[in-house]
Design a protein around this ligand. Structure first.
Ligand code: SF4
Length: 59
């Protein structure tokens, strides 16, 4: 499964991008995106998944 952000759930709070800026960024649409070519196995990905207040990050 590929890492992804559910845009129907994401509020654009930016927490994941703070926790794991190597992987997540807030796009022009105001929602979080997985950066192209990002290392999805970084430990901070799991932390961001745990910390997302709406559970929008999955894989
Ligand atoms: S932490 Fe969750 S709600 Fe906040 S920007 Fe990231 S994916 Fe969206």
């Amino acid at each position: 499964m590929a890492l992804k952000v559910d845009k129907d759930l994401c509020t654009g709070c930016g927490l994941c991008a703070q926790i794991c800026p190597e992987v997540f960024e807030i796009g022009d649409d105001g929602y979080s995106h997985v950066k192209r070519g990002a290392d999805e196995d970084l430990p901070c990905v799991d932390e961001a998944m745990d910390q997302c207040p709406v559970g929008a990050i999955s894989r």
